[in-house]
Design a protein around this ligand. Structure first.
Ligand code: GLC
Length: 682
């Protein structure tokens, strides 16, 4: 794996003096928040009050705690300084960090050290992820172990297991309504199965990502049950109100997330006769982070997941964790303070775990999730590049790259040391959430443009090859998102149905174009299970009352392993897609220049149908050139010189052909939906 010179803060040389002072109770160091005692005294008191002990063997942890203390204090008191129990809970928070560190297994501590030595391990070109539902992909956790060779065959070495903690059947939102954060749902197995899987994955050099559903719990969670039964301590864990007076104030500015399935943001709870905030479904109760007890409990859960051996923790829906009347209650500054606080705590207790913030928000907002000011690159290590994902779909439907290019200045703001999850499809819908001005800049009308995309992908436009569906249509705003699998949205479902072999070829070409674009753009590619063998929409969800209200189940297939085995039969759809995905992944893994080192420059739109970028790293260059239109297109050779390089010959890793770069009045020609992965020959 490529490592780049850096020194993560938590790996900074351990100041042995501080450690010795702390342990021997000698000279004191000033503690930023308290004037009458020192940091060492402060920590020592917490340790003894909680019957915790640290010794010289813990010096790396002590150094991390020492280094993180000022930020943790600052961030915590920024949020909780007016809470009556603030100091007591702050001490408990520090004790939580010590306990989490002490229960971290030796092999995980070793893995932390190895990652630190590698540097920003998660920026590497060698990582290729896949997101999957354990039950729908393999059955359960032990069976998933038996499917690891399939994933290795494809080249996937990073797995996002969709939520596996206990969630009530029928009221589960695909597992995102958690009733017990620490109990694996019995349909998947038990905690030991998860640990066993993680160990096996680590032996194979694979990484694991799990979710923490930070914003809400299931209404069947113990805290919610106690709140229902009238316990005020737990009612304060949620946003609960006796009448509609405050809820109505919130509603004034809060948008609806699932307007069709769950209108409004509050639900009446018969048992306690109160209104509770439910931004998502009415069975998902929003946690009240104004209460530091909630923060402490959830931080403890974060660290519990860290100690299961999670490499990247996907923080679900963080944009929503702070609410205020008079605002949309999304992306508020306190959200960032809380995420920075979580990150600082993780750096102390489980430094090898990276954090992905699942904020699917506008470009100008998403960048803030990487941290700003003193906390730049110290908040989320990853965010989804949902804007670019949607823009790929925009390019595929329109055959034009202008809106995509108009959005890039915002996306490229991402700081060094952080990364995107780049993807074409996931378990959620596709929202055209980029800002209106990005569409207006290209001379188009935002409403009409989005309408076109919705009609195109939902199959409502005459002649469209796509077979998707509108998700969460809001008649008040005319807004909707799109559901459907990669294959169905690219036209494979229609062409198979119509037995149209030319249509089939084109849709496979489009699938591979979309995947290649995600794999080479930068960030960790996250494939979505089933796409590697061309799954089309699954319409069976409409017969299940626990799912029928949510058409995202269209694109959450139940894997049929006989279909998967057809990947070995020459010429089948499965074989054509799987083998091309394998080839793309192999190319990515062999090109360190594809690592996400803030090393992407877009090439001017010499031809509006072609998306072309230059990646550079350690003296190497790479050009990705993608024709998003259904016609032959050309790109002037000058495009390869405009950024100061002057390659004479380019090797296309995809076609395995050597291309001579011609004079400026000559062109590189691309077939419909063709792409080239070009490396200059030196
Ligand atoms: C995230 C998940 C989505 C879920 C929502 C509420 O956006 O990806 O599937 O419905 O959070 O938990």
């Amino acid at each position: 794996m490529t490592s780049i010179p850096h020194q993560p803060r938590w790996q900074a040389d351990i100041d042995t003096d501080i450690v010795v002072q702390l342990l021997n109770q000698k000279k004191l160091i000033p503690f930023s928040m308290a004037t009458d005692h020192s940091l060492t005294d402060f920590i020592r008191n917490i340790l003894s009050a909680n019957e915790l002990k640290l010794s010289i063997k813990d010096k790396a942890f002590i150094a991390r705690l020492n280094a993180g203390m000022a930020s943790i204090t600052h961030l915590y008191y920024q949020i909780y300084s007016t809470h009556p129990q603030k100091d007591e809970l702050f001490e408990q928070l520090i004790a939580t960090l010590v306990r989490a560190y002490q229960s971290r297994e030796k092999d995980l501590c070793k893995r932390d050290e190895e990652k630190a030595k590698k540097g920003h391990w998660f920026l590497s070109n060698e990582l290729v992820g896949m997101s999957l539902y354990v039950d729908r992909f393999a059955g359960n956790l032990p069976q998933l172990k038996t499917k690891l060779p399939y994933l290795e065959e494809l080249g996937v070495n990073f797995l996002h297991l969709m939520p596996i903690f206990e969630s009530p059947e029928g009221e589960s939102d695909g597992g995102y309504a958690v009733s017990d954060f620490r109990k694996v749902d019995k349909k998947f197995g038990i905690l030991e199965d998860l640990i066993g899987l993680r160990k096996e994955m680590q032996q194979k050099g694979m990484y694991m990502m799990l979710d923490i559903v930070l914003n809400h719990t299931s209404h069947r969670h113990e805290w919610a049950e106690k709140a229902k039964s009238g316990d005020p301590y737990f009612q304060d864990f949620f946003y609960m109100f006796d009448n509609r007076w405050i809820p109505n104030q919130y509603e004034e500015k809060m948008p609806e997330i699932f307007p069709e399935a769950a209108a409004g943001n509050f639900t009446y709870v018969e048992e306690c006769q109160k209104w509770v905030m439910t931004v998502f479904h009415n069975y998902q109760w929003d946690l009240n982070y104004m209460n530091p007890l909630v923060f402490r409990e959830m931080l403890d859960n974060v660290l519990f997941y860290a100690n299961l051996g999670v490499d990247v923790l996907r923080v679900d829906a963080p944009a929503f964790i702070w609410k205020e009347t008079g605002t949309t209650s999304q992306n508020l500054p306190q959200v960032h303070t809380l995420l920075q606080l979580i990150k600082e705590c993780v750096l102390v207790a489980a430094p090898g775990m990276a954090i992905l913030g699942e904020a699917i928000v506008a470009p100008k907002e998403i960048i803030k999730y990487f941290g700003t000011g003193d906390y730049t690159a110290k908040e989320c290590d990853f965010a989804y590049n949902a804007t670019h994902m949607a823009l790929q779909w925009d390019m595929l439907a329109t055959g034009e790259t202008d809106v995509m290019l108009a959005a890039q200045h915002a996306i490229l703001e991402k700081p060094f040391g952080t990364s995107w999850i780049s993807y074409t499809r996931c378990h959620d819908d596709i929202g055209m959430g980029y800002e209106d001005y990005m569409i207006e800049m290209t001379g188009k009308t935002p409403f009409r443009h989005r309408r076109y995309l919705m009609d195109y992908y939902s199959g409502n436009l005459p002649g469209t090859p796509a077979r998707g569906a509108l998700f969460s249509f809001n008649p008040k705003t005319g807004d909707a998102r799109i559901s459907g699998t990669l294959a169905s949205l690219c036209g494979l479902e229609k062409s198979l149905y119509e037995n149209d072999s030319q249509g089939k070829d084109i849709s496979i070409q489009k699938i591979i174009l979309m995947q290649a674009h995600s794999l080479f753009l930068g960030g960790m590619p996250m494939l979505y299970y089933g796409d590697e063998i061309g799954y089309t929409n699954d319409y069976s969800f409409s017969d299940d009352p626990g799912k029928s209200y949510d058409n995202r189940w269209l694109h959450r297939p139940l894997i049929d392993w006989e279909k998967a085995n057809r990947r070995n039969e020459e010429g089948t759809v499965e074989n054509r897609i799987f083998s091309q995905m394998q080839a793309l992944i192999k190319i990515r893994k062999n090109l360190p220049v594809i690592g996400d080192y803030k090393n992407l420059t877009w090439i001017s739109p010499h031809n509006t149908h072609i998306a072309a970028f230059l990646r550079s790293f350690e003296g190497k260059s790479f050009y990705g050139v993608f024709n998003f239109s259904d016609k032959y297109q050309n790109l002037t050779w000058y495009a390869f010189r405009e950024k100061g390089e002057s390659p004479e010959s380019l090797f296309d890793h995809w076609s395995q052909k050597e291309i001579q770069v011609g004079p400026d009045h000559e062109y590189l020609w691309l077939e419909p939906y063709q792409f080239c992965l070009l490396e200059p020959r030196q």
